[in-house]
Design a protein around this ligand. Structure first.
Ligand code: DX5
Ligand code: ZN
Length: 215
């Protein structure tokens, strides 16, 4: 059974506490938090003070997805406000091994995310150090986009790399996840499903979370 991480990007920011409580009381496993800087991606979302506020109410781990350039500068800030998992983009890091070590040295989990055009093979020499690999199944920057079908192939390739290397990294998929493609991704080897629109725009978000998890 996969972990489910609702993305608060699709929540109602005017009633964030209400949406946080919904996730607290649901069968979701993590909160997925999308940080966008308007440079790495063509959109700006929210940052450190908002995450600090979320942390006060969230009763599940904060899975923090940094879509920002030079993430090294802000690692400590995100850890201080309560990030439990910190994921950086491969494409934003010149010294990825160093960045991953910097996160892990603080005692939290480290993830690396790949854009849709970035092949799985670039992770070969760092996979053993990772707690999580986040495969983007849309181009990062916006919620509500259409799932890219090439993602299935990447999940199979990553599953193979993880199993052959002995890495314990979880495979997380992010972007355009629905109940239907979610189940196919889990069958291909995904461990964590991120879902924004599918959860928050549904009539019964808690039921949708349950369906993503149990079918
Ligand atoms: C996109 C973000 C996603 C986004 C997913 O750049 O990384 O986490 O919130 O939203 P949906 O599920 O609506 O595609
Ligand atoms: Zn995300």
């Amino acid at each position: 059974m996969p972990k489910v991480a609702p993305s608060l990007l699709a929540a109602n920011f005017a009633h964030l506490q209400k949406d946080i409580e919904m996730v607290n009381q649901s069968e979701a496993d993590w909160f997925h938090l999308d940080v966008m800087d308007g440079r790495f991606v063509p959109n700006i979302s929210y940052g450190i003070p908002v995450i600090k506020a979320i942390k006060k109410y969230a009763k599940k781990p904060l899975d923090t997805h940094l879509m920002i350039v030079e993430p090294d500068k802000y690692i400590m800030d995100f850890i201080k406000v309560g990030a439990d998992i910190l994921t950086v983009h491969y494409e934003a890091c010149s010294h990825l091994h160093r960045t991953v070590q910097a996160i892990k040295n603080e005692g939290i989990q480290a993830g690396v995310s790949l854009n849709p055009h970035t092949p799985i093979a670039v992770l070969e020499d760092v996979i053993l150090y990772l707690d999580l690999v986040l495969i983007m199944s849309v181009n990062p920057g916006f919620g509500g986009q259409t799932f890219i079908e090439n993602t299935y192939k990447k999940v199979l390739q990553l599953r193979d790399l993880i199993d052959k290397s002995g890495s314990r990294a979880l495979i997380e998929i992010d972007g355009g996840i629905t109940e239907e493609n979610g189940h196919k991704l889990v069958a291909a080897g995904a461990d964590v499903l991120v879902a924004g629109s599918t959860v928050f725009k549904s009539k019964n978000p808690q039921e949708t979370i349950r369906k993503l998890k149990y079918r």
